[in-house]
Write a protein that binds this ligand. Structure first.
Ligand code: NAD
Ligand code: TYD
Length: 339
């Protein structure tokens, strides 16, 4: 089996590359990544010489380059992780989100139509459903929840999902879509809540909590996301959407305090800062469908996962210190300097 993994130099795509190469020693992985600020070849250092691994530095919105790669590789499966993924950046500059997340998806779907494919899998997000109110803990996102986006990021991801559905119905591109809750774990870029807080605690820097810190996210250890996608591409039904989540809801403040306590530091590091525009209150996934149809269950609780993640950041300081000493420093100043 030959799988093209787009966005494989990023957080979840990188973990997926490692997961598949470890599990299937007869599968070939073709990693396609434009190496934007979020892509990092260090994440792939341990597999770059593996004979089952190949890398193409390609923008998924570059039709010519994508078609050329299809002609050379003739893949069986595409798993599309490549995306602009940070909500705060989408509020600053939406355009690149439309180019990569929408046009890039369209180019990949066109390539699947032109060259044929066994399966196209779109890695989407629970953010396409909008948010849930804090005072209704009985409500969860199901696959039938209407799309109702809040940020340019989520709007671009929902647009891509609609295109995938349209290419399935109109052109019979055999596709599936997964919508996962917030991931955390190794190789997570330190602009996102959990790695940002771990890095700041370790550097005794202020911990910028947006608004009141009461917003709720439903956290999933990244390896559990990888195992769910593995099941969907092998056993999932084409034309279907699968929600992925493990009922690990936490307020942002709970997450930040857990990290502080695990690292033995003081809550005085917390600094409440201006809220995110259009900030979603609560995400919470109902994973009944993927459990009952494909037998998927997560294996890592939040308490175990956060310990493993903190240990990974302690053991792999050079990976994230390289990032935060580069252009990230000016990003940080721009986003947090006068917040
Ligand atoms: P990430 O930002 O860490 O990685 C994105 C990767 O895509 C990077 O390697 C980047 O270089 C690459 N990329 C960006 N633009 C590209 C382009 N035009 N062409 C080729 N490559 C390009 O993102 P992530 O957190 O790993 O998310 C991966 C996917 O999972 C995204 O589609 C995201 O929407 C989805 N998702 C993320 C989460 C989460 O919690 N992080 C949750 C649910 C779904
Ligand atoms: P983030 O990791 O950006 O993921 P998403 O917005 O896709 O859920 O943010 C998770 C939550 O943490 C979100 O409610 C915003 C909040 N947050 C902070 O309070 N401070 C921060 O510095 C960051 C990056 C996020």
């Amino acid at each position: 089996m030959k799988i093209v993994v787009t966005g494989g130099a990023g957080f979840i795509g990188g973990n997926f590359v490692h997961y598949i190469l470890k599990k299937y020693n007869d599968y070939k992985i073709i990693c396609v990544d434009a190496l934007t600020y979020a892509g990092n070849m260090e994440t792939l250092a341990s597999v770059k010489d593996n004979s089952n691994f190949n890398f193409y530095k390609i923008d998924i919105a570059d039709r010519e380059a994508v078609y050329e790669m299809f002609e050379k590789e003739n893949p069986d499966i595409i798993v599309n992780f490549a995306a602009e993924s940070h909500v705060d950046r989408s509020i600053e500059n939406p355009e690149i989100f439309l180019k990569t997340n929408v046009i890039g998806t369209q180019v990949l779907l066109d390539a699947c139509r032109k060259y044929g494919i066994k399966r196209y899998h779109q890695v989407s997000t629970d953010e396409v459903y909008g948010d849930l109110p804090l005072d209704r803990p009985d409500l969860f996102f199901t696959e039938e929840t209407p799309l109702h986006t809040s940020s340019p990021y989520s709007a671009s991801k929902a647009s891509a999902d609609l295109l995938v559905g349209a290419y399935y119905r109109t052109f019979n591109v055999p596709s599936t879509i997964s919508r996962c809750s917030n991931n955390y774990g190794p190789y997570h870029f330190p602009e996102k809540l959990i790695p940002l807080m771990i890095a700041n605690v370790l550097n005794d820097k202020e911990l910028p909590v947006y608004g009141s810190g009461e917003n709720v996210r439903d956290w999933l250890y990244v390896e559990d996301h990888c195992s769910a996608i593995d099941l969907i591409i092998h056993n999932g039904k084409v034309g279907e959407v699968y929600n992925i989540g493990g009922h690990n809801e936490r307020t942002n403040l709970e997450v930040v305090k857990t990290i502080i306590h695990e690292l033995g530091k003081s809550e005085e590091l917390i600094k409440y800062v201006g809220d995110r525009k259009g900030h979603d209150m609560r995400y919470a996934i109902d994973p009944t469908k993927i459990h009952s149809e494909l037998g998927w269950l997560p294996t890592t609780t939040f308490d175990e996962g956060i310990k493993k993640t903190i240990k990974w950041y302690l053991d792999n300081k050079s990976w994230w210190e390289n990032i935060i000493s580069g252009e990230y420093a000016s990003y940080y100043e721009k986003m947090y300097g006068s917040r």
